[in-house]
Design a protein around this ligand. Structure first.
Ligand code: NAD
Ligand code: MG
Length: 394
């Protein structure tokens, strides 16, 4: 048996981070935690450190670092506490690390995830926003460094499993016609349209099938999540936006499908539990137990499919348009969405204002080429400033 793989979990205190640690803890002979990061839930981070005894922990500021450092020392741990983005990039790229779970939410995850990619690590990508913001540069960095990029998003992990092993050459050579990206439709799939003006953050975060962080839960309710995933799929699998079709499948049992030119359609099925794609990517190309119950098709009974309603889910159209426009458009869309979702969670705007704000600001901007990471962050900053202006005018 070879030595255990050393893993850094960026965003350890979140929903994906905790599911990752759950899978890791089932296989102590295979995996060892090298570093954990947290941002706001620092008591939870401390508890995770006591349990997993990492070499490093990363927190957002020095006062949090002092506090965590002294409590871990008091408990007899040798864990070293690092600070901020620099600390995140260090534990993502450290020579001792074999594998990095990129599970920070939003644009904040881009630099540490890229640091892992540039260091040639095996990168388990949950942080879809990183790829949406800087897809071309990100994929170029993967090619240059020889990093192994494995998708954690359940749909992309499903597609990955349904593609031949040499998918990295692009979809065309392997005879793929389309990618069918499944979506649950979220909590508002059947809510009367007029009521969408009045829905609350609690309702938006009560997803029928998946338990997730608040930002992605709101994205699922607006279907911006599926829009971001469409862009993510284009980069991961070298597909054109027209090759990706979104299918509402409310049971969330089929996690996505690949349609081949000979008429074959391959799907990956399973219970909606993120530990399956996490375990798949951790062990790839082997298979390990994830703790997820076997799929009971008799209990599922039926699988339904429907077309998304364009009027109900304008964010899906906005994301598709941004994917087609390319350049600065996806990064702009992503940043506007992050600000809008936060404003909705703080009850400053209504649910329907999320799409309204994104469309108004996006349409007033021209699309620019983004050839370097600085340009991506410049677009991100500009979008956030424009979003703040829009919110202030309300
Ligand atoms: P979450 O909100 O539960 O956790 C987010 C993590 O990021 C936490 O550990 C938090 O401390 C950290 N974080 C937040 N802001 C930060 C900042 N500014 N700097 C550093 N760290 C910060 O979110 P989640 O549901 O676990 O999602 C994480 C990522 O995975 C997202 O990009 C999401 O789109 C993606 N994803 C999640 C799921 C899911 O089922 N939860 C499924 C597919 C993809
Ligand atoms: Mg997903």
């Amino acid at each position: 048996m070879s030595a255990p793989q050393r893993i850094t979990v960026l965003g350890a205190t979140g929903s994906i981070g905790l599911s990752t640690l759950d899978v890791i803890a089932r296989h102590p002979e295979r995996y060892q935690v090298f570093a954990l990061s947290g941002f706001s839930r620092l008591a939870e981070l401390q508890a995770l450190c006591l349990l997993h005894r990492p070499d490093y922990a990363v927190v957002p500021d020095t006062s949090a670092a002092h506090e965590l450092q002294s409590s871990l020392r008091g408990a007899g741990l040798a864990t070293e506490v690092l600070v901020g983005e620099e600390g995140l990039c260090a534990v993502a790229a450290a020579a001792e690390v074999d594998c990095v779970m990129a599970a920070i939410v939003g644009a904040a995850g881009l630099k540490p995830t890229l640091a892992a990619v540039r260091a040639g690590k095996k990168v388990l990508l949950a942080n879809k926003e990183a790829l949406v913001m800087s897809g071309a540069l990100f994929m170029q960095a993967v090619r240059e460094s020889g990093a192994t990029l494995l998708p954690i998003d359940s749909e992309h992990n499903a597609i990955f499993q349904c593609l031949p092993g040499d998918y990295a050459r692009g979809l065309q050579p392997v005879g793929v016609r389309r990618i069918l990206l499944t979506a649950s439709g979220g909590p508002f799939r059947e809510t009367p349209l007029a009521e969408l003006e009045r829905v609350t953050p609690e309702q938006a975060c009560a997803h029928p099938n998946w338990s997730m962080g608040r930002k992605i839960s709101v994205d699922s309710a607006s279907m911006m999540n599926k829009g971001l995933e469409l862009i993510e799929a284009c980069w991961l699998f070298d597909a054109r936006p027209e090759q990706v079709e979104v299918v509402i499948h409310r049971q969330s049992v089929i996690h996505s499908l690949v349609d081949y030119v000979d008429g074959s359609v391959l799907a990956q099925l399973g219970n909606p539990d993120m530990r399956t794609p996490i375990a798949h990517a951790l062990a790839w190309p082997e298979r390990i137990d994830s703790g997820v119950a076997p799929l009971d098709l008799f209990a599922v009974g039926r699988l339904d499919f429907e077309r998304p309603d364009a009027q109900r889910f304008p964010c899906l159209r906005l994301a598709r348009e941004a994917a087609q426009a390319g350049g600065s458009a996806p990064a702009m869309l992503n940043a506007l969405n992050e600000v809008a979702v936060e404003a909705f969670l703080q009850r400053r705007i209504r649910f329907s204002d999320i799409a309204r704000m994104i469309e108004a600001v996006l349409n007033a901007q021209s699309v620019q080429a983004v050839e370097a990471l600085d340009a991506v962050f410049e677009v991100d900053r500009r979008a956030r400033a424009l979003a703040a202006e829009w919110l202030a005018r309300r």
